[in-house]
Design a binder for this molecule. Structure first.
Ligand code: GLN
Length: 312
């Protein structure tokens, strides 16, 4: 697999954006009421290289909430802070083949299956260090800011909307309190989880975050080392098997890049050593993945031969 990102890339992206703009289907998530208010026609594509170049087309600077694309980064941070054995006690690495919000723990260890589904991500959120909730929120925002290379903040309206309606996530957190997978007050853990999902980013920010993973954990814009390479490997591995939920198998077959989607309509994909990609388009399918986002990643993968198991 070899990405040749030269000037024609811009023309390719412009043409791709124009073509995929015609793709309809899906609708913006509205189970979090505030997310349902988005303009469904927003559509941006950004590619960041490991040497810090950015190729972009469409709505690449419009803010949206990161949602589940926060999960691999929180997982990497937990690994970095606590090491593998501690983290593995609280969350596994096995795909569920089920929806992102499924209420299920593995029956042997009573653990959430993996850190890409809500249950696993809530267990990981508890591992954010800090003596007070304020410090934990600050550390979480520092993490995402260092990944984007600029100061990020929280969309308070989306946070509040999710806090008020997130009963299913509360059920998951209490179930994990019951099995001692989380130990603190579930509402405090959920407060951080809902806030991490409500961090405002742009398509370009997420492309840089993805490129940070492509670049072994060092932000290509700022040169800051955020994750050790050994933990980036772990993050990419669970993204590869679990990042697209119950579409992960088909995604791996067709696109062949570790990826993560969020219900705001964003998808990131990573080609290690080369590029990070972000597509933003709010209409999502029944599995919670952006309809245009999937199409764009399929086309980029095939155009630049990015499938991990391409042998050319
Ligand atoms: N905040 C969302 C939730 O917990 C994240 C889900 C997602 O992006 N798949 O339901």
């Amino acid at each position: 697999a070899k990405a040749e990102l030269t000037a024609p890339v811009e023309a390719f992206l412009a043409d791709l954006h124009a073509r995929v703009s015609k793709v309809t289907g899906g609708s913006p998530a509205d189970y979090i009421p505030e997310l349902g208010k988005v303009d469904p026609s927003l559509f941006g594509i950004a590619i960041a290289t490991v040497d810090g170049q950015i190729y972009e087309v469409g709505d690449t600077d419009v803010p949206f909430t990161i949602q589940s694309v926060s999960k691999p980064f929180m997982y990497g941070h937990a690994l970095q802070r606590h090491g593998r054995p501690t983290v593995l006690k609280h969350v596994g690495v096995e795909p569920t083949g089920e929806a992102f919000n499924s209420i299920v723990l593995d029956e042997v260890a009573n653990r959430p299956f993996n850190p890409m589904v809500n249950a696993g991500a809530i267990a990981v959120a508890e591992m954010m260090p800090g003596d007070t909730q304020e410090q934990r929120i600050g550390n979480m925002l520092d993490l995402f800011s260092s990944l984007a290379g600029r100061r990020l903040g929280i969309d308070e309206a989306v946070f509040r909307s999710e806090l008020e309606t997130g009963h299913r996530n509360r059920a998951i957190a209490y179930m994990m309190l019951n099995t001692a997978m989380i130990e603190r007050d579930p509402n405090e853990v959920l407060d951080l989880y809902f806030r991490q999902c409500s961090v405002n980013v742009s398509c370009c920010d997420l492309a840089i975050m993805a490129a940070t993973l492509a670049n072994d954990g060092t932000n290509p814009l700022t040169g800051k080392a955020v994750f050790d390479a050994q933990y980036v490997r772990d993050m990419l591995t669970v993204m590869n098997s679990c990042g697209m939920y119950d579409y992960a198998g088909e995604w791996a077959y067709e696109v062949g890049m570790p990826a993560k989607s969020g219900v705001s309509g964003c998808i990131i994909a990573v080609m290690p050593g080369q590029i990070g990609i972000c597509v933003y388009s709010p209409p999502i399918d029944t599995q919670g993945n952006s309809v245009r986002g999937i199409r764009v990643c399929q086309e980029i993968s095939s155009e630049f031969e990015l499938h991990a198991f391409n042998n050319r």
